[in-house]
Design a protein around this ligand. Sequence first.
Ligand code: ZN
Length: 405
Amino acid sequence: MQYLLENIHRIYSPSVTHPHRIDLLAGDALLMAEGRIAAIGTAGELARAPGITRVSAEGGIVTPGFVDSHQHPLFGAHRHEEFEQRNQGSSYREIAAAGGGIRASVRSLRTATSEQLKTGLRKRWRECLDCGTTTFEGKSGYGLNLEQELRSLRLLGEVAAEEGFTVVRTLLAAHDVPDEYRERREDYISLIIEEILPAARQEGLADCTDIFCEEGVFSVEESRRILTASLDLGIPVRLHADQLSASGGARLAAELGALSADHLEQIDSAGIEALQKAGVIALLLPGSTCFLRMQQYAPARELIAAGCVTALATNLNPGSGMFVSLPLIMHLACLQLQLTSSEALWAATMGGARVLQLADRKGALTVGYDADLLVWDVREPAEIPYQPNIRPQQVWLSGRQVIRR
Ligand SMILES: [Zn+2]
């Protein structure tokens, strides 16, 4: 099918080549064919193509769909009790030490049926779509054994295929050491390196490997071993880095040529310099900083001033942020990271696409790119992060209109 989206006030595209820049494109209409953007121009020119269906944007602006490049969306149960405990003064580390945190999610995921997990995932991803997310990343990391990690990756793929979503799947077996390996963590690291990674590779389930590199979780040395094993299998890597302490995660990300270093609340100047030199994307998750009631946000202005490229994501997960809306995350990024609205929009679209290695077809409005686009009832992009509860008027997914309000 060919659709002509017309009556567009303005078309804004993140620059493919210039980080953090939003370009205003010439034209008031956009032609979609075979799921891709076929042409951008004036309705007068583009309406001449035969057999097109015309759809009005009703004077709204058009942007690409959001690319949410950091999510833990598959889990068995909410952790609202921890939210209450933290608000009463407990820290994330204290809750984890008492058996809560990731270990609580491991217990609930392992006992949930696949149908239960898929139902929850489908609901959350539809909420994300409702807020304009059209491309997803999904991590495992609540299974923490061979069978459950692979099951998690399979379920992410199944729901994405059923819903028509693009998902990049990330193996996060190194999210924590499971209870049964507490006294023999070296055996768990061997299990990841010798069994889980090769099995995920063989089944084609992992596009990427991630790790929680943090004091008390996986050290820099352990992270180096696990991620090097992933790279040896041809699976690219990312890191949860410098979130709770300046543990050297960003420098390790640079050393390994990671796709991204995520969180970075505690990154130091050596870490910033290393990311810039290595071209590792600084992936910022201000929702979680807020949700965990941390005082220090990632130094986004220093990162950008140093020449780093940034991405923004929700970090949707039951323990440090039930966020489905990238407009809300952009709102927080403007308030707490001092990003401009253009920087925030770029980071939530093209920034995410770069992290997920999809920048040649997602995250911008360019002829040949996937027709994942949003129509907004506003006059300019700055109105999107300004209104954290905003929803797009129309969502187009691979050239199909899937939401119209
Ligand atoms: Zn995360």
